[in-house]
Design a protein around this ligand. Structure first.
Ligand SMILES: C=CC1=C(C)c2cc3[nH]c(cc4nc(cc5[nH]c(cc1n2)c(C)c5CCC(=O)O)C(CCC(=O)O)=C4C)c(C)c3C=C
Ligand SMILES: [Fe+2]
Ligand SMILES: [Fe+2]
Length: 341
């Protein structure tokens, strides 16, 4: 059977580092109701306000990490797609971006036109969030519905606790952890607290008590992004044999004034430096490919913050990117993707 395609989907980047392209990209991204979950008129107003200054700042940040071939996130995702072609035996492997190009719509239409009858959709996010996983699935469903595509869709499930993902993280991070260091910070992308409370299946889990996510029930773990991040971190630490106190978790990339999940990475970077940590390793396991959030926010700005607070060296551990062990692991995870209803 060669008519079962694999469609990898990542977040996407601006087409270039020009302010106009960054503004277009941020507008598409932030106007997604799964990202800024406010009624349209309020969302429009808020995003328009953000778009006054942010595109210029972000364009500058993108320019500082941009490669000759393009956005690191897109280039690395493309390389992963290449590495996956020798792993996935059922049909072609394609790549789409939720925002910007290549879009989910164009890619799905091309796959169907080429005769694919089944598609495994793989949102490239280990931990579940409406602003990442759900929006990818809903966009694919919209295209299938509106274009009346005759297609069987399977969807890769969040893999935050799956041995294949964790083992790939261990294998790629190990060379960094075998060097001398004082502390490992696992910095995950943050989310507004509201994104967690509104889908809390129990109605009374999120932010009820300091350690609410630590020993989350299976029911809570289904939807709680923070609990999933903590599980990834503790499973990673267990596999690496890291003692308590040698590692900790934080959440980065806060946008706007709402309360986001804590502790914030910028606060932890300063606190760790002030507590005497000299050499800090930082891993970003919510991202499978290096991007502006890892390379610029942690690798450049975070490094400076850490040094200014008294730290000496911050080493950014690369994401899984196109490592062959990750391509192999992802292929196994995709084989297990259940049919979507
Ligand atoms: C890894 C999972 C991600 C979650 C969860 C997420 C939520 C989320 N993000 C924003 C706002 C921004 N994110 C930006 C970049 C960005 N975000 C992710 C991943 C998650 N986002 C990635 C992989 C990237 C990198 C894209 C790249 O081109 O390299 C940006 C753009 C950059 C900037 O201006 O800082 C914004 C803005 C919100 C509001 C949100 C949840 C509500
Ligand atoms: Fe983001
Ligand atoms: Fe929680």
């Amino acid at each position: 059977m060669t008519d079962h395609a694999l469609l990898l989907v990542n977040l996407g980047s601006p087409a270039s580092t020009s302010v106009a392209d960054v503004r277009r990209y941020l507008n598409q991204f932030l106007m997604d109701p799964y990202v800024i979950d406010l009624p349209w008129p309020v969302r429009r107003l808020l995003v328009s306000l953000i778009l006054i200054k942010r595109p210029e700042q972000s364009a500058h940040a993108y320019a500082s990490i941009w490669w000759d071939e393009g956005s690191p996130l897109v280039v690395l995702s493309r390389r992963l797609q290449q590495a996956m072609t020798s792993q996935w035996r059922h049909g072609p492997v394609e790549l789409a971006m939720r925002y910007g190009e290549p879009s989910i719509e164009t890619t799905l239409l091309r796959l169907v036109a080429a005769g694919n009858k089944r598609i495994t959709l793989a949102p490239l996010y280990p931990q579940f969030a409406d602003s990442t996983t759900t929006t990818v699935i809903e966009e694919a469903r919209r295209v299938v519905r509106e274009k009346k595509l005759d297609l069987q869709l399977s969807v890769l499930q969040p893999f935050y606790d799956q041995p294949e993902y964790l083992d790939a993280l261990v294998a790629t991070a190990k060379p960094y952890l075998q060097q001398d260091y004082d502390h490992l910070l696992l910095s995950f992308h943050g989310l507004p607290e509201r994104h967690l409370t509104k889908i809390d299946p129990t109605g009374h889990h999120c932010f009820k008590g300091e350690n609410c996510c630590q020993n989350a029930s299976p029911e809570v773990l289904m939807t709680c992004y923070r609990a999933q991040c903590l599980r990834t971190a503790s499973e990673f630490a267990k596999r690496m044999g890291l003692p308590d106190g040698k590692w900790s978790v934080s959440f980065q990339s806060r946008l706007g004034r709402a309360k986001w999940i804590e502790p914030y990475t910028e606060v932890r970077l300063e606190a760790l430096a002030k507590s005497g940590v000299k050499k800090l390793l930082v891993m970003c396991p919510a991202f499978v490919a290096d991007c502006i959030e890892t390379l610029e926010e942690i690798g450049d700005r975070g490094k400076e913050q850490f040094r200014e607070a008294g730290g000496e060296e911050l080493v950014l551990v690369p994401c899984l990117n196109d490592d062959p062990r990750w391509a192999q692991a992802l292929s196994v995870l995709c084989e297990r993707a259940p049919l979507a209803l």
